[in-house]
Write a protein that binds this ligand. Structure first.
Ligand SMILES: Nc1ncnc2c1ncn2[C@@H]1O[C@H](COP(=O)(O)OP(=O)(O)OP(=O)(O)O)[C@@H](O)[C@H]1O
Ligand SMILES: [Mg+2]
Length: 220
């Protein structure tokens, strides 16, 4: 459970990087707990892909994915954080760089993963921003090319953390969830409708996704 301590952080982009800016804070400790849970659940498999999703908009997917990725990198893991929210990409703002090229260029074969991944101020953490958004973006994230990209990334990175679109808004997110080794479901206290949360869990189970944890975000 993540208490609402991030209010203390004034810059929007900093909230996504609390674990980096304030490693000793209680909130950073909470992300380390999620990290430990992930490692415990998937203990036997070394390299793994983790999707962070939520039923709707603005529930904390990006914040959770970024902090989790930082927390993993701080533990000496080589981490790739991918922005698959092609409707509303935001990892580039969190980490302060331009979103000129990225995931969509790798999926279309224009760039390699090595060319498109961006190093960050956090040691061992690289970010693959969304890149320019094409018209058919909803097909892309559930494509074979996306599967290949994640598999390829797992040869180089210990953990691939994926920031996803809102689960109930884009059916391809189900396919993406089923491709990953684990799924972290974020629900926002006082905002996420319980029926939508249950529906998301039902669809994740149908897709045979491995839900390894639920984060209750912004708990008062
Ligand atoms: N625990 C928290 N405490 C305070 N603010 C938070 C917390 N979690 C998220 N926020 C803020 O809420 C807003 C939405 O969070 P975030 O961008 O992580 O959600 P999202 O699910 O990725 O949204 P979207 O559906 O638009 O991609 C952001 O401004 C973020 O800084
Ligand atoms: Mg987001």
């Amino acid at each position: 459970m993540i208490p609402n301590l991030m209010r203390k952080v004034e810059s929007t982009s900093l909230k996504g990087r609390t674990t980096y800016a304030f490693p000793e804070s209680l909130i950073s400790e909470q992300y380390r707990t999620i990290r430990t849970n992930i490692q415990f659940v998937n203990g036997v498999k070394k390299n793994q892909s983790i999707l962070v999703t939520s039923p709707g908009n603005g529930e904390g997917k990006t914040t959770t994915a970024s902090n989790l990725a930082i927390s993993l990198a701080q533990q000496k893991e080589k981490v790739l954080l991918i922005d698959t929210n092609l409707k509303k990409p935001s990892l580039h703002s969190i980490f302060n760089f331009e979103n000129n090229t990225g995931l969509t260029d790798v999926l279309s074969g224009k760039l390699t993963l090595e060319e498109a991944a961006v190093t960050t101020e956090v040691a061992r953490l690289e970010v693959l921003p969304s890149g320019e958004i094409p018209g058919n973006f909803s097909d892309l994230i559930g494509s074979i090319a996306m599967y290949d990209l994640v598999e390829n990334a797992l040869k180089k990175y210990s953990v691939v953390v994926i920031d996803s679109p809102s689960f109930l808004e884009l059916s391809a997110t189900k396919i993406l969830a089923s491709m990953c080794d684990g799924v972290v479901l974020v629900v926002k206290s006082g905002k996420t409708d319980i029926k939508k949360a249950m529906e998301t869990k039902r669809l994740l189970d149908l897709a045979k996704a491995n839900v390894i944890g639920v984060v209750l975000n912004k708990l008062k």
